[in-house]
Design a protein around this ligand. Structure first.
Ligand code: DSN
Length: 421
């Protein structure tokens, strides 16, 4: 890595610049396996650090509350057009600040306070903003949760249907943060139709896989699609809402003025760049490689005796239940971090442990695939995780340090996209 890649920042605020350099080094040297993280391209990084951030633009292109929107309108129209093309949708709103406000906007658009919303429970793999109690979506609305079967680790669609017909929710969410298997959008759509609910597919985790053809698309089935832009889609920290034209007005009004003020124009620009990149043949290859890596890694982990929720993966994500290893998820995650492998502790379905000290870890392949690691490397990655979890159990810091050196060597051979180097 070259010295001082951010000269203005270094001169103006060396203390802060040092922290940025340290983070860039950390991201370069470690094996980043948090399933929701990635590396954006230099182009996306540059777009998100432009003077577009100086501009206020409440409203939508052609209908703003501030003047001087000649360029901003074109940026937003470009991002919207690219989203519509890439996903094949009639309407796209690129203004939500991130996934949580995007999902709250969906509630504002389709439900009144106190109305029932059905979503996957957080401990089963769902997201906080699908009606979970501690979130505004579960406080202002009445969240009802569905789960996965204890024996298969798969969503029980019969249970979803029963709950939907009993509770008559205004909104049904499918998708989540720890769902390792293909989502059956058609089945959810049938349940939503029977129960009179709006179906929202939260594709935040798998948006890039869908764009790249490595996961089925919800577009023919879901009324609304909610997504962040920074996970497998490899864009900036942001979000989008997509729908058929009939829901466009409700969604737009919910985002602005319902929930937000001025859009973050620099983020809109970076989303446009990411969508352009995601439309390329190279991105299709990337999306398929992410899934191939996750499947290969799951097989390697199973061969080493690990328990995986649902027995494996169809996408980019693997949920490991460490109960049989007698190492709590948090202890394992912290030990792996010291070994240069960055993951998060995660609840597993029917977890007997508490959410902040759960039984599992969640891992994923989007970031390591962006660095060019292929299926041939997944045996080494599984070995490191195996050795790391064992070392976590025995408190063997030397073993963790040895893994960290091996990881750093491999990472040095695979430069991280977007980072100064
Ligand atoms: N924080 C995201 C994730 O890790 O899945 C969800 O919001």
């Amino acid at each position: 890595m070259t010295d001082r890649p951010h000269p203005a920042l270094s001169a103006a605020d060396p203390e802060l610049a040092e922290l940025v350099f340290a983070e860039e080094r950390l991201q370069a040297e470690t094996l980043r396996m948090i399933a929701s993280e990635n590396y954006v391209s230099r182009a996306v990084l540059e777009a998100s650090g432009t003077a577009l951030q100086n501009k206020y633009s409440e409203g939508y292109a052609g209908r703003r509350y501030y003047e001087g929107q000649q360029n901003i309108d074109r940026v937003e129209r470009l991002a919207v057009a690219r989203a519509k093309d890439l996903f094949g949708v009639e309407h796209a709103n690129v203004q939500p600040y991130s996934g949580s406000p995007a999902n709250l906007a969906v509630h504002l658009a389709f439900a009144e306070p106190g109305d029932t919303v059905l979503g996957m429970s957080l401990p089963m793999g769902g997201h906080l903003t699908h009606g979970w109690g501690v979130s505004a979506t579960g406080t202002w609305f009445r969240g009802v949760g569905y789960g996965v079967r204890r024996d298969t680790g798969l969503v029980d669609l019969d249970e979803v249907r029963e709950l939907a017909l009993k509770e008559r929710p205004k909104i049904i969410f499918c998708g989540g943060t720890a769902v390792p298997r293909t989502i059956d959008f058609a089945a959810y759509a049938e349940i939503a139709r029977e129960s009179g609910a709006v179906l929202v597919a939260d594709i935040a985790h798998i948006a890039g896989l869908i764009a790249g053809g490595a996961h089925p698309s919800p577009v023919p089935y879901a009324d609304v699609i909610s997504t962040t832009t920074h996970k497998t889609l490899r864009g900036p920290r942001g979000a989008m809402l997509m729908s058929r034209e009939e829901h466009a007005r409700a969604l737009d009004r919910a985002v602005f003025p319902g929930l937000q003020g001025g859009p973050h124009n620099q983020t809109t620009a970076a989303i446009a760049v990411a969508l352009h990149e995601a439309a390329s043949p190279a991105f299709r290859e990337y999306a398929h490689a992410v899934v191939a890596n996750a499947r290969a890694l799951a097989d390697e982990l199973l061969a080493r005796g690990f328990d995986l929720v649902s027995g494996g993966t169809d996408n980019h994500l693997i949920l490991m239940d460490l109960t049989s290893r007698k190492v709590p998820g948090k202890v394992a995650a912290k030990a792996l971090d010291r070994a240069g492998i960055v993951v998060n502790h995660n609840a597993v379905p029917y977890d007997p442990r508490k959410p902040f000290d759960p039984s599992g870890i969640r891992i994923g392949t989007p970031a390591l695939t962006s660095r060019g690691l292929g299926t041939d490397r997944m045996s080494a990655v599984a070995d490191w995780i195996d050795r790391g979890v064992r070392a976590a159990g025995s408190g063997d810091e030397d073993a963790l340090a040895a893994i960290r050196r091996e990881v750093a060597e491999l990472m040095a051979a695979h430069p991280a996209p977007g980072l100064p180097g």
